[in-house]
Design a binder for this molecule. Structure first.
Ligand SMILES: [Zn+2]
Ligand SMILES: [Zn+2]
Length: 281
């Protein structure tokens, strides 16, 4: 299996804030730790896909008070580290988890084009100024209609797809993260999403085990959404969205089962943003 979505923000030389930046470790040790943790779970290859809001070069994309203190990484330093890891023979590729923010498309496009990524994830975490997956902003759920929130989310997700900037759409139904399930029929939202993805040649959707560790307690995406993608011949990538190394490759038996039950026998690997199918085993 491949794990194409994870974060290093809790490890040297990074950190969630400058204050949490640990000291005294060789950055390459972190890369070896990630590779060893993947190998221990039988994961053949990983892509590190740090959140774009950490990087000073991409500050204008998210640009909210919430992300201010988190924006202090250097993109060149990050890429150098990942590329050095690969040169050392570790099965690590270069990636980024790009936030889609309405109106910031030109900056998104520039960051995607100007750096040597193997793989770019597209994510919607924000509806306007509301980070709907953040515990600190969870109160906002009480002030909104869940069905309207779903429509807003899928509208933005569709716009993200239309940018043509991404290789895979991460956690496609992240909107359920806190356990809010739409009351109305969501078939048109799922079908509309799949239709838009199928209009972008080569664009994949992600199956992620991360939802199992969130209040919702379910894989992303829901089976009907994945079936809508499978019917249109859309390829998949597989992911843990690990923020700690113990979660790399976690619950991949369930990821494999969902993929297989929707007819998927392969997941995509990426190198310099070119896809190659790899059997799911
Ligand atoms: Zn995400
Ligand atoms: Zn992530």
């Amino acid at each position: 299996m491949l794990d194409y979505h994870m974060h290093v923000e809790n490890y040297y030389p990074f950190g969630r804030t400058p204050d949490t930046r640990p000291e005294g470790t060789d950055p390459m040790e972190t890369m070896r730790l990630f590779a060893a943790s993947a190998a221990a779970r039988g994961v053949e290859e990983i892509v590190i896909t740090e959140h774009v809001y950490h990087f000073t070069q991409a500050k204008e994309i998210v640009d909210r008070p919430w992300s201010d203190e988190k924006c202090f990484y250097d993109m060149d330093e990050y890429l150098d580290l990942l590329q050095s890891a690969r040169r050392e023979g570790l099965p690590i590729k270069t990636g980024i988890e790009m936030d889609y923010i309405e109106g910031r498309e030109p900056v998104i496009e520039r960051i995607v084009q100007d750096y040597p990524w193997d793989f770019v994830l597209g994510s919607v975490h924000w509806i306007g100024d509301w980070g709907f997956d953040l515990a600190s902003m969870a109160d906002e759920w009480d002030r909104r209609s869940v069905d309207e929130v779903y429509r807003d989310y899928f509208r933005l997700l569709g716009q993200a797809v239309q940018t043509g900037c991404f290789d895979s759409m991460s956690h496609p139904d992240l909107i359920k993260v806190m356990g809010h399930m739409a009351e109305g029929d969501v078939t048109d939202l799922y079908e509309g999403f799949a239709e838009q993805v199928s209009g972008q040649a080569g664009l994949c959707v992600e199956i992620s085990s991360a939802g199992l560790r969130k209040p919702v307690g379910r894989l992303y995406p829901e089976r009907p959404l994945l079936e809508a993608c499978a019917r249109r011949g859309i390829s998949i990538t597989t992911a843990s969205d690990a923020h700690v190394v113990e979660d790399i490759g976690r619950d991949f038996d369930q990821v494999r089962d969902l993929a297989g039950s929707c007819g998927y026998r392969e997941a995509m690997s990426f190198d310099h943003r070119r896809a190659t199918p790899v059997p799911i085993e």
